[in-house]
Ligand binder design. Structure first.
Ligand code: SAH
Length: 502
């Protein structure tokens, strides 16, 4: 356990992109007894918390009553004194406009130990994602982080506007939207050049980040016109113009596109990550769930007798994973497959086999059952014992063909896909989608039935192959693109090719 009991960790969660959370923050979140968190923390930041951890929201939202700052300090103190390990999770960095200093002082005064875990602050992260370097050899040798919105309880302004106006470098304003026009005017009045480049970055590093560029003289009007809302940063300085050359986020191939992934959740994360890496906003809308059938008599018997088969055919990475679970339960391991020819329906399945220490002997070029039948023509099967380990609801093309050639075929269902009602929030998020991806007929059927009229009408449908496409058409929808290679990589390249022209 890396989190000490009786200690409060003041932890920065970074600016919004979950990938920018530090390793230390994730370790502490995974260990903590209690987590007190703010509003602007990344999606899924608490996913790794313990099942039995206490998760307490203490965020502030404009216009909504919130837990007063003193009370936060008191609650942290009480939790720590009760012997709990406590994470206080804040957006960005806890010590940059994050009240981490005040909370640390309150804890010290109460005799509670604390540690600070810095986070990536919005001032460098949102700017970097907007293609604005806060310093640059040519433009800025210094950068100032400034609050654009001081504590309203303070009687006098602590900001020396003429000094800020004269600051020889980049000015980055946090909380700067509300008072932007006053602040810009104060800077100009203090002598800063109204023609100096400026930018506003809304929801930096989150999906849907927006950037507006203007000059110091015009930024307030631009922000108003574009309806830029908090959380947003205002950048003033020559570096803001570097964005023209350095913007990169918007150049990613799927930037601005929303893609619906309909696979079962257990299989979706790899695809979702790849799509996100290409810039897409991903909505996971699984209509099916995978349920293991390795506990059935049939599956157990096949696993126990795995060494007796001459040919073993696997038709999905899931099947591989579950077959090896069943084999392990039977007290055996990969050595039991030593004498068999092993066939995989495609490279994903072959990779899953490789992870179990088995190099597949037969992999067809196309990834449908028919193609596997074709390549197996070179394998002698007459009188041989064949195991086909697969999903319960698969087609019978492969077993039929092998039986016809005189093989003794056992078909064992290792899993079934069961319906899962799609989540209402995900349905709403999917409404404006640009793409819906389908990787199997069962997802097409279940999703179209579950959504009915709420199927995102304008989305282009990407199908993994002809069988799935047929089901799409039977459901009254149109296939925009069909993958040439009938696996996930093929699906992704088909989507990318389509996105380049649509
Ligand atoms: N401790 C935080 C700042 C909290 S103050 C940090 O280190 O980043 C809140 C202000 O931070 C917002 O009003 C906004 O100006 C800025 N901010 C936080 N997250 C942001 C984001 N993702 N994009 C742009 N600005 C952000």
């Amino acid at each position: 356990m890396s989190a000490r009991t009786g200690v409060v960790y003041l932890v920065g969660a970074g600016p919004g992109d979950p990938g920018l959370m530090t390793r230390r923050s994730l370790e502490l979140i995974a260990d903590a007894d209690s987590i007190y968190y703010d509003r602007l923390i990344p999606d899924g930041a608490l996913d790794g918390a313990r099942e039995d951890a206490e998760l307490i929201y203490v965020g502030k939202q404009p216009g909504v009553p919130s837990v007063p700052q003193d009370e936060i300090g008191e609650r942290l103190t009480r939790a720590a004194k009760a012997g709990r390990s406590v994470v206080r999770l804040k957006g960005g960095d806890p010590f940059v406009f994050g009240r981490g200093g005040e909370e640390g002082e309150a804890l010290r005064a109460a005799g509670v130990e604390f540690e600070v875990v810095p986070g990536v602050t919005a001032g460098v992260a949102a700017t970097a994602y907007a293609g604005i370097p806060v310093t640059h050899r040519g433009d800025a040798s210094a950068v100032a982080f400034v609050t654009g919105h001081e504590d309203p309880e303070k009687a006098e302004t602590a900001l020396d506007w003429p000094a800020l106006a004269a600051f020889p470098g980049t000015l980055v304003f946090y909380m700067g939207v509300k008072r932007l026009s006053e602040n810009a005017a104060s800077l100009i009045e203090g002598g800063r050049d109204p023609e100096q480049p400026a930018a506003a970055i809304e929801r930096g590093t989150w999906p849907g980040q927006r950037t507006v560029t203007a000059t110091l003289g015009t930024i307030a009007a631009s922000v108003e016109r574009e309806a830029i809302k908090a959380p947003a940063l205002i950048v003033i300085g020559d570096v803001a113009a570097r964005r023209e050359e350095l913007h990169w986020l918007e150049r990613r191939p799927l930037h601005g596109r929303t893609v619906v992934v309909t696979r079962a959740r257990a299989q979706a994360s790899g695809v979702a990550k790849t799509l996100q890496g290409l810039g897409a906003q991903v909505v996971e809308l699984p209509a099916i769930r995978i349920e293991s059938l390795t506990g059935t008599d049939e599956a157990r018997a096949a696993a126990k007798a795995i060494g007796d088969y001459d040919l073993i055919c696997l038709t999905s990475p899931n099947g591989v994973k579950l077959l090896f679970e069943a084999i392990a339960e039977a007290g055996l391991d990969a050595r039991a497959l030593a004498g068999a020819t092993v066939a995989a329906i495609g490279p994903g399945t072959a990779r899953a086999l490789a992870a179990e220490g088995i190099a597949a002997d037969v992999i067809p070029e196309r990834f449908v059952a028919e193609a596997l039948v074709e390549v197996l023509e070179d394998v002698e099967v007459e009188g041989k014992r064949v195991l086909i380990a697969r999903a319960a609801e698969a087609r019978d093309v492969l077993p039929d063909a092998l039986r016809e050639r005189g093989a003794s075929v056992d078909v064992v269902a290792l899993y079934e896909t069961v319906r899962e009602a799609p989540d209402e929030k995900a349905i709403a998020a999917a409404q404006g989608a640009d793409y819906v991806t389908f990787t199997s007929s069962s997802t097409v059927k279940n999703l179209t039935e579950a959504l009915g009229e709420r199927f995102p009408a304008a989305a282009r449908i990407v199908s993994i192959g002809p069988v799935t496409s047929e089901t799409v058409r039977e459901s009254g929808l149109e296939v925009a693109v069909e993958a040439d290679r009938h696996d996930v990589d093929g699906l992704l390249s088909a989507l990318l090719a389509d996105a380049a022209t649509h």
